[in-house]
Design a protein around this ligand. Structure first.
Ligand SMILES: Cc1cc2nc3c(=O)[nH]c(=O)nc-3n(C[C@H](O)[C@H](O)[C@H](O)COP(=O)(O)OP(=O)(O)OC[C@H]3O[C@@H](n4cnc5c(N)ncnc54)[C@H](O)[C@@H]3O)c2cc1C
Length: 484
C-alpha cells in the first residue's frame, strides 16, 4: 500500500492500515509535518478513531495546553473581552454520546503525534519524498518517487494508492477528476500567525476563539497554545499591511515581544470531487473535499475517510473481500462529505445571524451522526430502511449509521463504539450463545434501542451493517457485503 501525503489524513490512513496489519509506505514531499497550526478542533468521532488506534490518551495529553479553552469570548479588544458562557446544543446538561471527549489541539501539535505513532507501528514513513508520477494496471500501481534529500529517483509498485495529497491534489489532477460544489464562500480572509506572551491578558478569560470588534482591526483571535501562539483571522484578502500595529490594536495591550510568524490569505470554498476512486487510486481528505472551517469539519471528515477506506482496503488485501467492496468507499464517503461541506457552507452564511432550524444538529457532525443512504450494509435507507433524522441527534442503531454509544461495563471502560475494529462484531439483546454460529464476537447489551431478540451487525468502522432477529442471517449478510 502506498499513501501520498503526510498530513493528518495520510498519517491517519497509514495508522488505520497498520492497525489492520497491512504493510504501508507513506511519502511526504515536505521535510516536516505542518508548520502551520491550521485545524484545531477535533471532534468526538476523530477521537474515537484515535481511541481505536490506542492513541486517544496520547492526543489528549498533547492537547493539554488548550484543555480549558472551550469558551468563546468577545470584546472590542482582547484586553476588554469577556468570556461567553459555554454553549451546549439544547442548552442542557452534556449528553453522553461518545466514550471520548472532543479536543482542541493545533494541527502542528497533532501531526507529529500521528507521525510518531505511524512509525512506531511499523509504517514506512518517508518525508522529503515526492510522488512525481504514477500509472496503474489491472494488478497495481507503479509510482515514481523522488527522494529529495538524496536526490534519488525510484519506482515502487503498490497494490493500491491513497492520495491524501491535499486540496490541490496532483493525483486528482492527473486522474482528471473534477470537483463540484458552491465554490468560493464569502469574502477572502487573512490568517496572521504570531507569537506574543499574552498569559497575563488571557488569564480568567481563556478562549478558543475571541471575536474582536475594534473598528480599526476587527477579526477573530484563535488560541494555538493559549499563551504564546495565536492566529488572528482578519477579513479582506490584503496581505501587505502593518500587521504588528493592527495586532496590537486588536489586543489592546503593547505586547512588546510580538512577532509575526506568517501571513496567509485564504478563501473558504466548498468543493467535492466528482469521484473518490479511479481504479486502484482513492482520494481522501482535502484531496477529495474542501469546506469552510466554521463547522470545523474539514480535518474531521478526512479522518473518517481514512477510517472508512482503511478497513475496506485491508479486507481486500487480506483476501477477505473482493475489490468490489471498495466501490462503497465513494458511495458512502462522497455522500457524507458533501453533507458536511454543505452544512459548513450554510453555517458560514448564517454566521452571526439567526440560527437556521433546518441545519443539522451539531452532534450529527461531531459524532458522525450522518447515516449513509447506500453502501456496504443491508437494509439501509435506499433499500427502505429507517431514516436517521438530521435536525435532531437521535441514534437508535439504524442501518448505515454509527452505533449509538453505551457503556458495556460498570466501570465505563468499554463502549459499544469500541466493538467494531479491527474486526466485525455483534451487539445482541439476548444470549450471545444464540448468535455463536456466525463466528463473530457477540456482546450482550440491555438497551432502549434494541428490541427483545434483536441484534446489530457492526462493521470495523462501527457502522451498523444489518439489524434483525434471525441468528443465521449475520454470516450470510457479511459474506454478501464482502463479496458484492
Ligand atoms: C488556515 C486553516 C485553518 C483550518 N481550520 C480548520 C479547523 O478549524 N477545523 C478543521 O477541521 N479543518 C480546518 N482546516 C482544514 C484542515 O487543515 C485540512 O482539512 C487538513 O489539513 C486536511 O488534511 P489532509 O491530510 O487531507 O491535507 P494536507 O494537510 O494539505 O496534507 C497534504 C500533504 O500532501 C503533501 N503532498 C502533496 N503532493 C505531494 C506529492 N506529490 N508527494 C508527496 N507529498 C505530497 C503535502 O505536502 C501535504 O503535506 C483549516 C485549514 C487551514 C488552511
Amino acid at each position: 500500500m502506498l499513501v501520498v501525503g503526510g498530513g493528518l489524513v495520510g498519517l491517519t490512513t497509514a495508522l488505520v492500515l497498520r492497525h489492520h496489519g497491512i504493510d504501508v509506505a507513506l511519502v511526504e514531499k515536505r521535510a516536516t509535518t505542518s508548520p502551520q497550526p491550521k485545524a484545531r478542533r477535533f471532534d468526538m468521532r476523530s477521537l474515537e478513531v484515535f481511541r481505536e488506534m490506542g492513541l486517544a490518551a496520547t492526543v489528549h495529553e498533547a492537547a493539554r495546553d488548550l484543555a480549558h479553552h472551550d469558551h468563546m469570548a468577545s470584546g472590542r479588544t482582547l484586553a476588554e473581552s469577556e468570556q461567553l458562557p459555554l454553549w451546549r446544543p439544547g442548552g442542557g446538561a452534556p449528553m453522553e454520546i461518545s466514550p471520548e471527549r472532543p479536543c482542541l489541539i493545533a494541527q502542528d501539535v497533532l501531526e507529529p503525534v500521528l507521525r510518531r505513532a505511524a512509525e512506531d507501528t511499523g509504517a514506512d514513513v518517508r518525508f522529503r519524498t515526492a510522488l512525481t508520477g504514477f500509472e496503474q494496471d489491472a494488478d497495481g500501481v507503479l509510482a515514481d518517487l523522488h527522494d529529495l534529500a538524496a536526490d534519488r529517483r525510484s519506482r515502487v509498485r503498490a497494490a493500491y494508492l491513497v492520495a491524501a495529497d491535499g486540496a490541490r491534489s496532483p493525483v486528482r489532477a492527473a486522474l482528471g477528476i473534477e470537483r463540484s460544489g458552491r465554490g468560493a464562500i464569502g469574502d477572502p480572509n487573512v490568517n496572521v500567525y504570531f507569537r506574543a506572551d499574552l498569559a497575563d491578558v488571557v488569564r480568567g478569560r481563556e478562549f478558543n476563539l475571541c471575536q474582536i470588534r475594534h473598528p480599526e482591526s476587527p477579526g477573530a483571535l484563535a488560541s494555538v497554545d493559549g499563551r504564546y501562539r495565536w492566529v488572528f483571522m482578519a477579513p479582506g484578502g490584503e496581505v501587505d499591511r502593518d500587521w504588528p500595529a493592527l495586532l496590537r490594536t486588536a489586543l489592546g495591550v503593547p505586547a512588546p515581544d510580538l512577532e509575526v510568524l506568517s501571513v496567509l490569505p485564504w478563501q473558504a470554498e466548498m468543493l467535492v470531487a466528482d469521484r473518490y476512486s479511479a481504479g486502484r487510486v482513492h482520494l481522501a481528505g482535502d484531496a477529495a473535499h474542501v469546506m469552510p472551517p466554521y463547522a470545523a469539519a474539514g480535518a474531521n471528515t478526512g479522518i473518517t475517510d481514512a477510517h472508512n477506506l482503511g478497513w475496506k482496503l485491508a479486507a481486500v488485501l487480506s483476501g477477505a473481500a473482493t475489490p468490489a467492496l471498495l466501490d462503497s468507499y465513494d458511495v458512502e464517503r462522497r455522500a457524507a462529505d458533501w453533507f458536511a461541506a454543505d452544512q459548513s457552507s450554510r453555517r458560514s452564511q448564517s454566521f452571526g445571524g439567526e440560527p437556521d432550524p433546518t441545519l443539522a444538529h451539531p452532534f450529527v457532525l461531531a459524532a458522525d451522526g450522518f447515516q449513509y443512504p447506500a453502501g456496504a450494509f443491508a437494509g439501509g435507507p435506499d433499500e427502505g430502511g429507517e431514516v436517521e433524522p438530521v435536525t435532531d441527534f437521535a441514534p437508535v442503531g439504524r442501518v448505515g449509521a454509527r452505533v449509538p454509544h453505551r457503556w458495556l461495563d460498570p466501570d465505563r471502560t468499554v463502549s459499544t463504539v469500541d466493538l467494531g475494529g479491527p474486526g466485525w462484531a455483534l451487539l445482541v439483546s439476548d444470549d450471545p450463545q444464540r448468535w455463536q454460529r456466525n463466528g463473530l464476537p457477540a456482546h450482550r447489551l440491555d438497551a432502549d434501542f434494541l428490541a427483545p431478540g434483536e441484534a446489530l451487525l457492526l462493521r470495523p468502522d462501527d457502522v451498523v451493517a444489518w439489524r434483525g432477529t434471525d441468528p443465521a442471517a449475520p454470516a450470510v449478510v457479511l459474506d454478501e457485503l464482502l463479496n458484492p
